[in-house]
Design a protein around this ligand. Structure first.
Ligand code: HEM
Length: 202
């Protein structure tokens, strides 16, 4: 097998690996395994994956610079497109399952929720980058392509805001965490449940 064939094969493997979280989420959804609030869990987990893929995409250039390997650059576009895909699914779950396609309610919610304002802003950048990610767009936009695609760094900053926005959390608890402290004879035990239902004890 030639080097080019190997590269294509690895790209196909990476493509399917990136789809795994979506497959696992769909599996959990069909098996009623998404906890007490399945729509919220689905929504958050898709948002988390959009953010993860954006971080992976952004890490490709520093990896290339540090290691002097060229392969990370070949996967940058794939990871960026996956970030867009998971963000689109995150939005779709919100609009379809949370708001039952009520665009009126969506427009109503925009000024009330910084999550939506920042999410829409980030999503617009990802959409623009996805639409101009082809070789022909690169040729057409020439120097402006590079300028436009620098917006990915801005998206990287705005995409982490929803994770870091406890003050604006609609549930009104710190970082959306429910915390219960139990007192018994042998001391105190704190049980925490985060927004997606993960329970931890300390
Ligand atoms: C398309 C427009 C978008 C809308 C309308 C939207 C809306 C929302 C809403 C309503 C929440 C939940 C806030 C809460 O009640 O706690 C949320 C959370 C979140 N969003 Fe978005 N979002 C959008 C785009 C994005 C994009 C592009 C990303 C990342 C690339 C993203 C990443 C996240 C993350 C990481 C969370 C927190 C999930 C968690 O707490 O585990 N969102 N979004």
């Amino acid at each position: 097998m030639t080097q080019k064939n190997w590269q294509s094969l690895i790209k196909v493997v990476v493509f399917f690996i990136c789809l795994t979280p979506f497959g696992l989420l769909s599996f959990d959804a069909f098996n009623n395994n998404l906890g007490a609030n399945p729509i919220e869990t689905l929504h958050f987990r898709l948002g988390d994956w959009a953010l993860r893929f954006l971080c992976i995409c952004l890490s490709m250039t520093p990896i290339k610079i540090i290691t002097k390997w060229n392969w990370p650059i070949r996967y940058r576009r794939l990871f960026g497109l996956y970030s867009f895909f998971y963000a689109a699914m995150h939005f779709l779950v919100y609009i379809a399952l949370d708001l039952s396609f009520s665009w009126e309610q969506f427009v109503d919610e925009i000024p009330k929720s910084p999550y939506i304002i920042i999410g829409l802003f980030t999503f617009s950048i990802l959409l623009m980058l996805a639409l101009t990610s082809t070789k022909s767009a690169q040729r057409r936009l020439k120097k402006n392509w590079k300028r436009l695609h620098r917006l990915v760094y801005l998206a990287g900053v705005t995409a982490v805001i929803p994770e870091q926005m406890p003050v604006f959390n609609r549930r009104g608890t710190t970082a959306g965490t429910l915390q219960v402290t139990l007192q018994n004879g042998s001391g105190q035990r704190t049980v925490q449940m985060n927004r997606i239902g993960r329970v931890s004890e300390s």
